[in-house]
Ligand binder design. Sequence first.
Ligand code: NAP
Ligand code: ZN
Length: 370
Amino acid sequence: MHFYLPTKIYSEHNCIQNHKTELASLGTKALIVTGSHSSKKNGSLDHVMTALHDMDKPYCLFDEIEENPSVELMVRAAEFGKKEGADFIIGIGGGSPLDASKAIAILMKNPEYDGSVFYQKIELDAYPVAAIPTTAGTGSEITPYAILTRHDKQTKQSIYQKVFPKLALIDSQYLLTASIQVRANTAIDALAHLLESYVNCKATDYSRMFCEYALKLFSRIKDRLKEEATTKIPSKDLDFYDTLMTISTIAGMTISHTGTSLPHGMSYFLTYHHNIPHGKAVGTFLGSYLEHYKEESTKTLLLSLMGFESIKDFKQFLHNVLSTVSLTTDEINTYSDNMMENTAKLTNCPYPITKGLMQKMFLESVEIIN
Ligand code: NAP
Ligand code: ZN
């Protein structure tokens, strides 16, 4: 077994202001990397700029990160950062800006390479990254992964290089501005990380310890998630937001050691070809993935940790929180063929996968349209 998690984590309210000295000490000029809207609305961008002003630290801003960022966008942002002379990155936002920060930090530190290096087996250092999550789902603030859209392959894929953020500043107050659907999708992403990590060939006692604790936390908030999704009334309970964030970060700790498996691999087709948000796309396959797992005692343990009586209950919960996805049988055939070549995700799956089973998992997870 091994355990390696070099990110320094602070999780508290007013986190950025409280730790501005450490944030500013990461380099001489910051490149702030964020999306176009949410960090302005939830206050996180203001908090970072104020902290840098307080510390007399210069910065520049790249606020064009879109959902599921592409390799091409990373190249453009890195060019901007290099021209500005920045030497550390502060990512603010959901998994998209945080993953982007890691990829940009690699290109800026290694100006001799272009975007094709992300999918070559070349290990590279990166400029220091600080990560400030504003969704509770990906755990990207403490994972070494960056998943980018590859237009050349018409899918999404993790880059080869691994970059752990040096610093994660976690403040659940930023979740308050997220829509109910963003909150639901991202919470299900975190849940998927826990389940795909637990039911995984690379799982160890260490990684399972994280999963078991966070699944118990999940049992405390699952009814609130369902209530939000069904009533469309946002929760005002601050403890709910804290718990969502903690689950997400712990889930990031565990996938840092095991990686994810089939639901993540299968989700990339829904996101690339049908524009379905990451958490919803992953959650679509989660019930089926767990159902086909053969070890009944483990399955029972996982369901009871989450607070579900049966796999049927669990699937019903996912159905209530996420809406249904529709695919044609032709699409299912193509995606199943492609998944059978995804050795990285298949290797992590603890039960044998045939093409027939892969198709079955697609068929029982989506609505068929023809
Ligand atoms: P996201 O793509 O980062 O953001 C989704 C949407 O939510 C955007 O429109 C964003 O707006 C908005 N948003 C973010 N925070 C908000 C807030 N506090 N209030 C209101 N709106 C907010 O979503 P995500 O699910 O967090 O990240 C998904 C990405 O992470 C995918 O690319 C996925 O592959 C990747 N991922 C990475 C890992 C990892 O280990 N590194 C793990 C799982 C998934 P703006 O665009 O305006 O910011
Ligand atoms: Zn995920």
